[in-house]
Write a protein that binds this ligand. Structure first.
Ligand SMILES: [Zn+2]
Ligand SMILES: [Zn+2]
Length: 197
């Protein structure tokens, strides 16, 4: 789980926090890139990370982005390929298709389908399912975060709209209420603006 909680008071700033380092994205809240950005708390290097798809953290030095190999939430999959030095770098419990990039070579392989159920296989399945739970939990947290952002943005949009139309008091109220009410007020403002022209 994340090291720090996002600062929700700064409404201009992206609320994404890193899952392993104590930092919050420094980009505007409205940014839509998959990469979040910040500075590394120790080295001070520019850093970027993404949380959707595969978890990845890179830092910028000597003019290039370098993969920091920070484990995803729940750790790496670490499944062994047929090559002893190649282990899956996916998120623990991600599924049956494994992947790794070693020395510039991409390896991918599947977990073999068992012919008979064995204790080993069952233990592995349980581990896999547990990992998938970890993945689902972090995905839920991510989606909750996005829903929260969308709600704040929607309210802010309505507020801006009402400001532009001179409904200062209404805007103030809209900022403090939930979305359904805010949506109603926006509809009212649209029709009023239309009639007065
Ligand atoms: Zn961000
Ligand atoms: Zn894997």
């Amino acid at each position: 789980m994340p090291e720090i909680l996002p600062d929700l008071n700064d409404e201009t700033r992206c609320v994404s926090v890193h899952w392993n380092l104590p930092l919050q994205c420094v980009l505007p809240r409205s940014h839509r890139e998959n990469w979040h950005e910040a500075w590394h708390p120790q080295t001070g290097n520019r850093l970027r990370y993404r949380r959707s798809g595969d978890y990845r953290t890179e830092d910028l030095h000597h003019g290039e982005w370098h993969h920091l190999e920070i484990p995803p939430p729940g750790g790496f999959c670490n499944d062994n390929s047929t090559y002893p030095h190649v282990r899956c770098t996916g998120q623990y419990g991600h599924g049956w298709n494994h992947r790794a990039v070693v020395d510039g070579c991409t390896y991918s392989w599947n977990t073999p389908i068992p012919k008979d159920l064995t204790v080993d296989q069952l233990t592995r399945d349980v581990k896999q399912l547990r990992g998938m739970l970890v993945d689902a939990h972090s995905r839920i947290a991510e989606l909750e975060e996005q829903a929260k952002t969308a709600r704040i943005e929607a309210i802010a949009d309505v507020g801006d709209f009402l400001d532009e139309n001179g409904h200062q008091d209404a805007a103030h109220i809209v900022y403090t209420v939930d979305i359904p009410a805010a949506r109603d007020m926006k509809v009212v403002a649209v029709s009023e603006a239309g009639e007065s022209r």
